[in-house]
Write a protein that binds this ligand. Structure first.
Ligand SMILES: Nc1nc2c(ncn2[C@@H]2O[C@H](COP(=O)(O)OP(=O)(O)O)[C@@H](O)[C@H]2O)c(=O)[nH]1
Ligand SMILES: [Mg+2]
Length: 309
């Protein structure tokens, strides 16, 4: 795979499609949730007409079909998803009741009153105005790596604030303390974290010690989406490169005059880890044209609309 294939700007939807088509579902949820939602609906019969809008490859549609009566048409923008959808329906011998069609939720191929039930799991997030991009992205994120460097960036209050917001979004917080090769007082750091250490896994890493990166790599499962948050120059991009064992992202260069790491990235980047997860790097947040190097809130991290393109 070339470097261009691996690192993308501004979310390349083809890549997202390719990636998500290998998953059973392309949105949040589970068979249990589908069945539970269906239990709130009665009066379906063999004659019922159901549409699953934004059906993806049909993970939830097939569950729906197996637990309901009637005919279901799945609609999705992406032909690849629909091909997989129809072959999944065939495999489950549901082809007589379940059909996938390429189409957009903005111009649905149905007449007034033609449908008895409209189903949409996850995809409704894409409907502009229904839910913000920030919330839609949050539904895809499984873990957030709160990255702080041990030179001078360690700040327990900021960790606590992130933890609270992440709990709200159902995202697992993970603390990554970088640059252990520099001078720091480990006892002091561990003491400061004692009251939250049972709620958040803590990793100490140094780019100079590959074995310190290994446990973090093992902590990311296949199909998981991980967002990296933290001030600029704490080593997020360096860490992502180390996790992928390749130099995919540009990292800061040392400025000759100040000796400090110069901040380079101004846009979010998404990286696919081979046989593993999706890593999203976030730079400092742009507020009114000024870069705020200390994203303090989850919404600043996820609100990509304020980023420089
Ligand atoms: N000493 C030391 N420097 C590091 C470590 N990780 C990253 N750096 C340096 O910190 C600077 C900022 O790294 P970068 O990954 O660009 O930070 P980002 O802005 O958070 O993405 C660069 O000069 C890196 O070489 C580390 O573990 N130890
Ligand atoms: Mg960076």
């Amino acid at each position: 795979m070339s470097k261009e294939d691996k690192s993308i700007h501004e979310f390349d939807f083809n890549l997202i499609c390719e990636y998500y088509s290998s998953l059973e579902r392309q949105g949040p949820g589970s068979p249990e949730i589908t069945i539970k939602a269906l239990s709130f609906i009665d009066k379906l019969s063999n004659e019922s007409r159901i549409a699953d809008i934004g059906c993806g490859t049909g993970g939830q549609t097939m569950v729906l079909a197996q637990h309901s009566l009637g005919h279901i048409r799945g609609i999705d923008l992406f032909p690849n998803f629909i091909n997989l959808f129809n072959s999944n329906a065939n495999k489950l011998n549901l082809q007589d009741r379940v059909k996938g069609l390429v189409g957009s939720m903005d111009s649905l191929p149905f007449q007034n009153e033609e449908l008895d039930l409209i189903w949409s799991e996850g995809a409704i997030y894409n409907k502009s105005g229904a839910i913000s991009e920030k919330q839609a992205i949050a539904t895809y994120v499984d873990k957030a790596f709160i990255v702080q460097s041990l030179d001078n960036n360690f700040n327990v209050r900021r960790i606590e604030r992130f933890m609270l917001q992440l709990a709200d979004e159902n995202i697992q917080p993970v603390l990554v303390l970088t640059k252990t090769d520099l001078d720091f007082n480990k006892d002091k750091v561990e003491n400061a974290l004692r009251h939250i250490s049972h709620k958040i896994p803590v990793f100490f890493t140094s780019i100079q010690s590959p074995s310190s990166i290994d446990p973090l790599r093992k902590f990311i499962s296949t199909g998981e989406t991980v967002v990296f948050t933290g001030s600029s120059s704490v080593g997020k991009s360096t860490l992502i490169n180390a996790l992928c064992r390749q130099k995919i992202l540009q990292t800061a260069t040392i400025s000759d005059s100040t000796g400090k790491g110069k901040h380079t990235s101004t846009r979010r980047e998404m990286v696919l880890m081979e046989q593993s997860g999706i890593l999203i790097d976030t730079p400092g947040v742009k507020v009114f044209g000024v870069t705020n190097d200390d994203p303090d809130t989850l919404s600043e991290v996820l609100d990509f609309s304020s980023f420089e393109g």
